[in-house]
Design a protein around this ligand. Structure first.
Ligand SMILES: C[S@@+](CC[C@H](N)C(=O)[O-])C[C@H]1O[C@@H](n2cnc3c(N)ncnc32)[C@H](O)[C@@H]1O
Length: 279
């Protein structure tokens, strides 16, 4: 078990450590050595994608929050606010914030489920999870929060456990998205809901042109200037273009067993929030 060091010495006493549920092992088992997949616009073996995605998030972890605000001009906060409002969280719920990174959603959910509920901030990447844990501790959030390093494709949780699973800007990085959706379906309780917030297909032609220019010309330069890492931000732009569009993702959710699937386009389809229930 990989126990991460706490953000401060006081926090060590009452804050759970990051529990490594074999994210690396699961990634190796799940990846098919023969098959290839896309990493941005490149075609790579499935097992290599997991490593490359890890390198990206290892590299961006320490600047992630700053870059998120800069890249989206703060709009990611509104997309997440919409997600939190739509989730309609109740006290006592058990929530999994998957690919949760630095924990924006987990931080909002923790007070809403208190005092009996539980929020698990989970991510495949130890560096991102460490940033998230430190950040939540520094906000004074400890009650009902746990941290689990895990691969979304092979979730290490009991079946029928969570009322809500959220995944914000994580699914497009997952090698086998269908396996992840099926794994999420398994861990949800009957009546439980999945919310996937993710970049999607821009629906307004004028916005699309500006967005392409921004993503491929400005974003890598911003990454170079602020985080000294143009490559990772080039990958982020490319991975958005390779992600299934609104209707395709809805169909994939239905195929995984979700019902009453729907989506909201936000900012003209730059981002979509997909919702589906397990009955
Ligand atoms: C763009 S960040 C999103 C973080 C956070 N949810 C947010 O909205 O700010 C994407 C996250 O997905 C995680 N990730 C990538 N592949 C994953 C997988 N197979 N299972 C779980 N998390 C994964 C990355 O480590 C990264 O922290």
């Amino acid at each position: 078990m990989n126990q991460a060091s706490p953000a401060s010495s006081e926090a060590a006493t009452d804050t759970p450590p990051i529990v490594d549920k074999g994210a690396d092992k699961a990634a190796d088992t799940v990846a098919d050595t023969e098959k290839t997949t896309h990493f941005g616009f490149e075609q790579v073996p499935e097992a290599e994608k997991v490593q490359r995605v890890r390198q990206v998030f290892d590299s961006v972890a320490s600047n992630y929050d700053l870059m998120n605000d800069l890249m989206s001009l703060g709009i990611h906060r509104l997309w997440k606010r919409f997600t939190i409002d739509l989730a309609g969280v109740h006290p006592g719920w058990k929530i999994l914030d998957l690919a949760g990174g630095t924990g924006d959603l987990a931080a909002a959910f923790a007070p809403l489920v208190a005092p009996e509920g539980e929020v698990i901030l989970s991510d495949i990447n130890a560096a991102m999870l460490q940033e998230g844990r430190n950040r939540l501790i520094n906000k004074g959030l400890t009650q009902g929060l746990n941290y689990v390093q895990a691969n979304a494709e092979a979730l290490p949780f009991a079946s029928h456990h969570f009322n809500l699973v959220t995944m914000a800007f994580g699914l497009r990085n997952v090698t086998n998205k269908q396996a992840a959706l099926e794994s999420i379906f398994r861990v949800l309780k009957p009546g439980g809901r999945l919310l996937v917030l993710e970049f999607s297909e821009v629906k307004l032609p004028v916005l699309k042109q500006m967005y392409d220019l921004y993503s491929f010309q400005i974003l890598p330069r911003l990454g170079e200037m602020v985080a000294k890492d143009a490559e990772s931000y080039r990958y982020l732009a490319e991975s958005i273009r390779m992600h299934p569009n609104q209707e395709t993702l809805k169909q994939m959710m239905e195929q995984a067993g979700f019902e009453r699937c729907s989506y909201h386009n936000l900012t003209g389809g730059v981002v979509a929030l997909h919702s589906g229930y397990k009955f």
